[in-house]
Design a binder for this molecule. Structure first.
Ligand SMILES: NC(=O)c1ccc[n+]([C@@H]2O[C@H](COP(=O)([O-])OP(=O)(O)OC[C@H]3O[C@@H](n4cnc5c(N)ncnc54)[C@H](OP(=O)(O)O)[C@@H]3O)[C@@H](O)[C@H]2O)c1
Length: 327
């Protein structure tokens, strides 16, 4: 008999989450039936989207989220015992799952990562990696010599966006919350790094020819400043708006005039749009890692009991690179 632990959404989010929003429960796991498998979580992801998306779920639901897990028992031919999988099983230690019934982000056996760790299936070799790869290349379509600015630059997605833009021959400016994060960005090849305090005055110096592409992870005032310095025919890839996930949106100047006068193109996206090309993104990012062109960082929190702590820490900027919980 397997007893799973699971984190319940105990109280609706309002403002920055606190320990009160979560409750740890246990559940006896049912026997594995035909076309099901039992998986044990090894690494769990904490991501910004969980904060706004959970508002769509009733209080009492299991917290949503992806995990890298090991298949312990299986009656499904595509998920053999011993294989490592990525699944959107939520914040749970053990899950019995029927992959043929799912509607959203499909469970899959992880491709071979070579010498790279399995936890990367939650970061550069998973959803955030594909967000950076497709969100930058398909929407901004950066051209060598152009200037690319990325906000949330030291996070899971942003740190990869800047490096992919460098691989494509662009000048890259990253905006991040602290000096230490900026130092790390410099060490992985960003041309310029600005913390929030400096960005307004410094962006003109960092991007003297103006901004051609903006990969926006945060929205609000930071976006207003970057948009003000964009060049004609600039492209903005709207990935996220974390500046307003825990609070009301910041008041900004109406952007319409910039869109018209500078003929800007802005497009939002959800990474699932490229689901059919998921392996392409993972394999390209893996190749760049193996060639030494793409660096990654993970910020680990130890223990399933610390899921809420890791989540709140990520929302308050404690992570550099991908925030991951190791069970
Ligand atoms: N569209 C999609 O399909 C998709 C997929 C994945 C992620 N996203 C979005 O991409 C963005 C980054 O996600 P991620 O997974 O890479 O997370 P992340 O950047 O690794 O972690 C979140 C970071 O956001 C920054 N932050 C927190 N509050 C902020 C605020 N008020 N203003 C500005 N920055 C703030 C913090 O860094 P600092 O210390 O630098 O402030 C924190 O470390 C999020 O907006 C997320 O929703 C979208």
């Amino acid at each position: 008999m397997v007893v799973a632990k699971k984190w319940i959404y105990a109280k609706a989010f309002s403002g920055l989450p606190t320990a009160e929003n979560f409750r740890l429960e246990e559940e006896t796991i049912a026997d594995v039936k035909d076309n099901e498998f039992l998986a044990e979580a090894l690494f769990l992801s904490v991501d910004p989207y969980m904060r706004p998306y959970m508002l769509e779920f009733p209080v009492g639901s299991v917290m949503i989220g992806g995990q890298v897990a090991k298949v312990l028992e299986s009656k499904h031919p595509k998920f053999p015992v011993g294989s490592y999988v990525h699944g959107s099983f939520g914040w749970r230690t053990h899950t019995v799952y029927n992959p043929d019934n799912e509607t959203g982000w499909k469970a899959y056996v992880l491709p071979d990562f070579g010498k790279e760790p399995l936890s990367l299936g939650l970061g550069v070799l998973g959803m955030p990696g594909n967000t950076a790869y497709f969100g930058l290349l398909e929407i901004c379509k950066p051209v060598a010599g152009e200037t690319v600015v990325v906000s949330g630059a030291a996070g899971a997605v942003g740190s990869l966006v800047g490096q992919i833009a460098k691989i494509k021959g662009c000048q890259v400016v990253g905006i991040a919350g602290t000096d230490d994060k900026c130092k790390w960005l410099k060490s992985i090849g960003f041309d310029h790094q600005e913390s929030y305090l400096e960005i307004c005055a410094e962006l003109k110096k960092a991007a003297p020819k103006g901004v051609d592409c903006y990969f926006d992870n945060v929205g609000g005032k930071i976006t207003e400043i970057v948009r003000g310095q964009m060049n004609t025919f600039g492209r903005i890839s709207v990935c996220g708006t974390i500046s307003n996930y825990n609070s009301q949106p910041e008041k900004v100047v109406d952007p319409q005039r910039d869109y018209v006068w500078k003929q800007l193109k802005q497009e939002g996206f959800i990474v699932h749009r490229w689901h059919e090309r998921q392996l392409e993104g993972i394999q390209q990012n893996l190749k760049w890692i193996q060639e030494g062109k793409l660096k990654y960082k993970e910020t680990f929190t130890e223990g399933f009991a610390n899921m809420p702590k890791a989540f709140i820490g990520m929302l308050t900027g404690e992570n550099t690179g991908k925030a991951v919980v190791k069970v």
